[in-house]
Design a binder for this molecule. Sequence first.
Ligand code: ADP
Ligand code: MG
Length: 256
Amino acid sequence: MNGLLQLEGVTMRFGGLVALDHLDIDIAAGSIHALIGPNGAGKSTLLNCISRFCTPQEGDIRFNGASLMARQPHHIVGLGIARSFQNIEQAHQMTVLENVLVGLSAKTGHYVPFLPGKTRQQAEAQALEKATQILDQLELLPFQHSLAGELDFGRQKMLDFARALASEPQMLLLDEPAAGLRNREIHFLDRFLMRLAREQHITILLIEHVMSLVMSVADQVTVLNFGQKIAEGIPADIKRHEAVIEAYLGKEAGHA
Ligand code: ADP
Ligand code: MG
């Protein structure tokens, strides 16, 4: 398979700790690829390697066939990879709309996107329209003039999404987007991720502990344990996989 994102032999050590151990993962364009496994398995580290906050000691990561290894973190969004964080990171003193406008500029580095042949006013109008459209998709439009810090937790997570989507990514890296959400919000997220993949052809790498969400949306699931891939396949097979039940699902089901 020749995926949009390819990891080959990726090994990340922190001192004596091997967080990722010769990992091969291939993510098909337009798919939702879930990454699951117990706490400490190396999931967030993998995302950090892709977004270049970490540099693996061995292996290669390719996006659209080109290695990311020589890239810096600030190049990544311009290449078309956006991410959300396990802990929400947004400017609480800015309005919801302003947060998305900053997201829009992330790719170009300009507050108002440079659009060839357009005046500044036209570019501003277009940026505003785009931001409004993203907020509408995420049911945040009624809150556009509220301060981000005044939103409830679920809406702050949706705003984090909006900010990531504003950079018009080809690929989204999501670190536990459903954590702390209510059932209704998880259901919304479920449909939203499906729409992003199926209608906007955005490829999604989804780290998630909420198994109902993973099993519902994922095309492929990779299971990590102690930095190693212990299983990979379609959700129905992963659910029945003995090593996965042993290392992760069995235990999780216990306190779900
Ligand atoms: P997960 O997201 O699957 O819960 P992480 O990727 O956060 O796991 O962590 C994998 C392992 O790497 C853990 O043992 C963690 O303590 C360690 N680790 C992660 N980041 C660092 C770091 N910056 N320095 C040292 N150890 C780290
Ligand atoms: Mg993590």
